[in-house]
Design a protein around this ligand. Structure first.
Ligand code: HEC
Ligand code: HEC
Ligand code: HEC
Ligand code: HEC
Ligand code: HEC
Ligand code: HEC
Ligand code: HEC
Ligand code: HEC
Length: 472
């Protein structure tokens, strides 16, 4: 029998010379798969949770305050509609702190600084006047009066991850968010709520610009091992000057040239009060190896130099930032060596137990059918949270903690941190080499002795993984 040629077959039976198969076949595939894709994404977001995995977790009540659009429902214990004055009268007794903060704010005394006459912004402007239909203000409520800040903030999305405007999606769509117990992931939503409400840097109910200008406004979220911005800033020359003299500075002044002796977080990252932090980002959190010399990145670098040059000489500033690039290159030389080492172990099947004998990575269909040990950032951060062998975990800690610490040290001028972190990277590399050598020796000995080690049940059903999946 003649071998079937699908293209010829389709052409003869269906198209009859009008449209060749390579035109209409992809067209039909697209007609089916694009709507199906949209349908799937829509469906995936319709569950009781939120985000791409909304069917696989349920929110705790407290989530309503971090992501009000997704989860908030008004209390219905107090009935009636009230004027702003009435809200205050009752809440003065109930929540005196809130009322006091509001009284101290420009919302209660508009024009106090600017001299512009404007209406008082009562509780009702942000929460509504019906106590059974209260809402918690999301950025779009603030936008009614602060369109400029809101629009700048939302516009940040075009710079991609990481960015404040995308932070909530980033947390909810992380597969380890779904797969860990609620108690451990509630803080994700807390920090990543920077995207869903405007009171992260100017806290309620004072909503003070002066507060947001100070570094303390950022460090509730920007501290700790993977992002030691707090620690590196306060150890830098800038942070030291702030600590010594900051209390005497006039914080009512905007963050523009000439107003401050040393820069704070917002001074450097939110140019002239612009509500964006992602527009100058070159190194993107420090977990990706990037080329700082693309034309886009050169423009961002010029913007950085311009910012430093408000206080320093510009060539001097450029050299400082070049030192950051050199530090990054050095760090990536070390990380790449470690990554090669692990990839070689993987290709020699020496990572024990192999991926097929471990729980598959959460929410990864690929992984269920083609299990694979994930190494480094590009293979997936999941290695942080699941049963992996000791050498894989050590490499994860190398790139996630020691590397990111070195990065923030270099970015923020905490030179002692750079030195310590690079020492740690060197030690990591030595340790990984030792471990790899031992693994190879052991494997040879086992082979010679005819031993074929089996993975213990622990790997597949450790308390960690099973327990997690049941409790989110
Ligand atoms: C008669 C007293 C009274 C008045 C008037 C009043 N509140 Fe309340 N409010 C309460 C009480 C009591 C609670 C706590 C309700 C609860 O936890 O069930 C509350 C809670 C709230 C909350 C928190 C809701 C939550 O889900 O955590 C907000 C916001 C609020 N009030 C805003 C307002 C605003 C805005 C007005 C004016 C329109 C107002 N209140 C008028 C008594 C009052
Ligand atoms: C400029 C807008 C704005 C005004 C005006 C305002 N609030 Fe709020 N309020 C907020 C924001 C933002 C939150 C935090 C919402 C969240 O957590 O998602 C909040 C939260 C609250 C909460 C619940 C959280 C808590 O800390 O207990 C209460 C209660 C509350 N406001 C009461 C009031 C009262 C009473 C007034 C009037 C004196 C008032 N608010 C005026 C923006 C405002
Ligand atoms: C109904 C209009 C209105 C709404 C809604 C509103 N504001 Fe305001 N806001 C004002 C006015 C008016 C001022 C005072 C401006 C002035 O004095 O010139 C102000 C001032 C501010 C300031 C500057 C304070 C300072 O210290 O300089 C901040 C920050 C601020 N608002 C944040 C917010 C946030 C965040 C929200 C949403 C949760 C919000 N506002 C909602 C009208 C509003
Ligand atoms: C409520 C928590 C919170 C506060 C407060 C906060 N941030 Fe962030 N910030 C985040 C989160 C979360 C991310 C990561 C977002 C993501 O996952 O994409 C982030 C990311 C960033 C980035 C990285 C942007 C990039 O493209 O690499 C910068 C810079 C930044 N923040 C600066 C600041 C500054 C400056 C302040 C204070 C003025 C501040 N943040 C206050 C939570 C916060
Ligand atoms: C203490 C506040 C805080 C907590 C808690 C927190 N994050 Fe973040 N997260 C941040 C900050 C700040 C950054 C940005 C760091 C930078 O750009 O240097 C970030 C970055 C990220 C990124 C990478 C940014 C990107 O877009 O590539 C992801 C993904 C992420 N967080 C998810 C989570 C998840 C999931 C959790 C809970 C398990 C969590 N975060 C808990 C503050 C926090
Ligand atoms: C990452 C921290 C951060 C977040 C998040 C943030 N702000 Fe601000 N905001 C600041 C800083 C810093 C200033 C002071 C800027 C300056 O000195 O020029 C400020 C100032 C303001 C002012 C006063 C502007 C003026 O010229 O007086 C308003 C209004 C304001 N913010 C509204 C908002 C609104 C609305 C949102 C939510 C979309 C928001 N902010 C979210 C940090 C933040
Ligand atoms: C002297 C200016 C300056 C100050 C002050 C400063 N930073 Fe930075 N920060 C930088 C530079 C430069 C980078 C590297 C940016 C790049 O090349 O991508 C950086 C990187 C970051 C990043 C990672 C963003 C990225 O692009 O990878 C975060 C998040 C961050 N800083 C937060 C903070 C916080 C929070 C504070 C205050 C505690 C602070 N910074 C203070 C200059 C500053
Ligand atoms: C608002 C003013 C201001 C801005 C903006 C500023 N600096 Fe500084 N910086 C200072 C002051 C003041 C000192 C301490 C005096 C000195 O050493 O020049 C300092 C010190 C330093 C030091 C330590 C200098 C040394 O010789 O030990 C470094 C490094 C530095 N800055 C880098 C930068 C970089 C990089 C930028 C831009 C990303 C920047 N600065 C932006 C004011 C500023």
């Amino acid at each position: 029998m003649e071998k079937m040629n699908p293209a010829k077959f389709f052409k003869e039976h269906f198209v009859k010379d009008r449209w060749p198969a390579y035109v209409w076949f992809p067209f039909i595939v697209a007609c089916i798969s694009i709507p199906a894709g949209f349908y799937y994404v829509n469906w995936s977001q319709e569950g009781i949770g939120a985000g791409l995995y909304s069917h696989q977790w349920a929110p705790d009540d407290v989530f309503a305050y971090w992501s009000p659009n997704d989860f908030y429902q008004s209390v219905d214990t107090v009935k009636g509609k009230f004027t702003g004055q009435q809200c205050i009268q009752c809440h003065e007794a109930l929540t005196p702190g809130i009322v006091k903060d509001w009284e101290n704010s420009l919302h209660s005394n508009p024009g106090n600084n600017s001299g512009k006459k404007q209406a008082i912004v009562y509780c009702t402007e942000c929460h509504g006047n019906d106590h059974e239909e209260l809402h918690l203000p999301t950025p779009d409520i603030c936008a009614n009066c602060h369109k400029q800040q809101h629009d700048q903030f939302m516009d940040e999305k075009r710079f991609g991850f990481p960015s404040h405007a995308l932070a909530m999606e980033r947390a909810l769509d992380a597969s380890h968010f779904v797969d860990k117990p609620k108690a451990e992931v509630t803080p994700c939503v807390q920090c990543h709520s920077v995207a869903t409400k405007c009171d992260s840097c100017h806290s309620r109910h004072e909503f003070s610009a002066a507060e947001a200008r100070r570094p303390e406004a950022c460090i509730t979220c920007h501290s700790g091992p993977p992002h030691p911005d707090d620690e590196s800033y306060f150890a830098s020359a800038h942070g030291k000057i702030y600590l010594q003299e900051g209390d005497d500075w006039d914080w009512s002044k905007p963050l523009t040239k000439g107003n401050y002796k040393a820069p704070t977080c917002a001074y450097c990252h939110m140019d002239n009060g612009q509500h964006q932090v992602a527009n100058k980002s070159i190194w993107k959190f420090g977990i990706k190896q990037i080329n700082p010399q693309t034309s886009g990145n050169e423009i961002k670098r010029d913007q950085w130099v311009e910012r430093c040059s408000e206080c320093h000489e510009s060539d001097w500033s450029r050299q400082q930032l070049k030192a950051l690039d050199l530090e990054r290159k050095q760090a990536w030389d070390k990380l790449n060596k470690a990554e090669r080492l692990l990839r070689m172990l993987r290709s020699d099947n020496l990572l024990f137990p192999p991926a097929g004998k471990r729980p598959s990575y959460p929410n990864s269909t690929m992984d269920r059918f083609f299990p694979r040990e994930r190494i480094g950032f590009f293979d997936g951060q999941a290695s942080a949270f699941y049963n992996v062998s000791a050498i894989e975990r050590n490499y994860f800690e190398m790139w996630y903690f020691d590397n990111l610490s070195a990065y923030k040290g270099a970015a923020h001028g905490d030179f002692s941190r750079v030195k310590k972190s690079h020492q740690a990277l060197d030690d990591d590399l030595i340790e990984l080499n030792h471990q790899a050598e031992k693994i190879r020796q052991l494997s040879t000995q086992e082979k010679n002795a005819g031993i074929h080690p089996e993975a213990d049940a622990f790997w597949n059903s450790g308390e960690y993984t099973d327990y997690n999946r049941e409790n989110n």
